[in-house]
Design a protein around this ligand. Structure first.
Ligand code: PMP
Ligand code: GLN
Length: 378
């Protein structure tokens, strides 16, 4: 068959989760919680379903949820999005990102991605007929290198995709870095796709720097988030895009023909649940404790910890432990030690190997203890 994505196989997350299940390993690979969401939230779903809210919602999502999102963004980031014309509910962040890409990227357009990057971005750009321009984040620190980004920009640059807090490196962009990006894009028509799915997982008193806080960025941005991360419901696949009205209009042209709309009862449940800000305001403390518990356990091993400023990921350097490549090390760790991890090389187009692997700490304490007990034996 003539394929459209010849280089693409099964995602690393699927591969590692399958191997973890086969080997009965503790799965710290694919990013998802192994604990349940708040029963209040599932209660709201039952309530919506039994109230007969089971038919198609409006194409952009139910008004109550769009209004709740608009109010939240206004309160947290100070930007006023119109609930009717500037917020669209999506089937997770994944559909939000590909829909934004398909809405703006024309054949031959260039799109800048900062590597390591989430695995869907590059195939999304290729499916749109765009050309991927890869710019590395600074090796070692994973900070954006604005000289390299500026050098990669040209007349064909249509968009740039950023992600903060960052999967897989667990770095968080600073206000100064967002301002730098704002300045860099100011003289251009380049669109920004800002993947902010980990917006509520920022630690040590730092603040999430949403593109919505920066007028020069907000005006050109598709800001993407996901309820899966914030409310421990990755399997629900509900997210959203906030974008200025003209961009939202283009987004919805594609959205209406790739999913049309997103399931009704979950939207009602989320709208009701969002009335209380406590769950997302308490999330940093909740995950920071898990991050610290996991890091303390790893301190006695020969894994060298990289900083985890946000997300629910902890990266570690394996060079003192092993001569294997990252990918081989993760296979070995899963099969022989019984703990699954993700190699950072999976987030680079050329498989760049810097001897770093990613663990997910969105797990029950007992799961983290059992993983640590196994890792201590290496
Ligand atoms: N972007 C990033 C950076 C992610 O880590 C994820 C979750 N794996 C997604 C997008 C996709 O989110 P969703 O599950 O809501 O589609
Ligand atoms: N975002 C999750 C991760 O990085 C995985 C999502 C997926 O399986 N596609 O682990």
């Amino acid at each position: 068959v003539q394929t459209k994505l010849p280089a693409v196989g099964t995602t690393i997350f699927t591969v590692m989760s399958a191997l973890a299940a086969e080997r009965n390993a503790v799965n710290l690979g694919q990013g998802f919680p192994d604990f349940d969401c708040d029963p209040k939230l599932t209660g709201e779903v039952t309530r919506a379903m039994t109230a007969g809210l089971n038919q198609y919602p409006p194409m952009p999502g139910i008004a109550a949820l769009r209004t709740a999102i608009s109010a939240k963004i206004g309160a947290l980031y100070g930007h006023d999005y119109s609930a009717s014309d500037e917020i669209t509910i999506t089937a997770g962040a994944t559909q939000a990102i590909i829909t934004a890409v398909l809405a703006i990227v024309r054949p031959g357009d260039e799109v800048i991605v900062l590597e390591p990057c989430y695995d869907s971005y590059v195939p999304n750009i290729e499916l749109a007929g765009g050309r991927v321009v890869r710019v590395p984040l600074t090796p070692g620190t994973f900070r954006p290198d604005f000289d390299r980004i500026a050098a990669a920009m040209g007349p064909r640059t249509r968009a740039i995709i950023i992600n903060t807090p960052h999967n897989p490196s667990a770095t968080v962009w600073t206000e100064a870095e967002m301002r730098k990006l704002e300045e860099l894009l100011a003289p251009t028509d380049v669109f920004l796709i800002s993947d902010e799915v980990y917006e509520h997982m920022v630690y040590d008193g730092q603040a999430h720097q949403s593109a919505a806080r920066f007028p020069g960025l907000a005006a050109r941005s598709f800001i993407v988030s996901s309820f899966g991360k914030t409310y421990h419901v990755t399997g629900w696949k509900v997210g959203y895009v906030a974008a200025p009205a003209p961009l939202t209009a283009e987004f919805r042209k594609v959205h209406q023909f790739n999913v049309f709309t997103v399931n009704t009862p979950m939207q009602h449940a989320l709208a009701a649940y969002m009335a209380d800000p406590a769950p997302y305001l308490e999330l940093p403390a909740f995950y920071q404790r898990k991050r610290d518990l996991f890091a303390e356990g790893l301190a006695t091993t020969r894994f060298r910890l990289l900083p985890s400023a946000g997300t629910y990921f902890q990266c570690v350097d394996i060079s003192e432990l092993s001569d294997l490549s990252e990918a081989e090390f993760c296979l070995w760790l899963t099969r022989e030690i019984g703990v699954a991890a993700i190699p950072l090389s999976a987030f680079y187009g050329d498989g760049f190997d810097q001897r770093v692997v990613r663990f997910c700490f969105a797990k029950k304490d007992e799961t983290l203890h059992s993983a640590l007990a196994r890792l201590a034996k290496i």
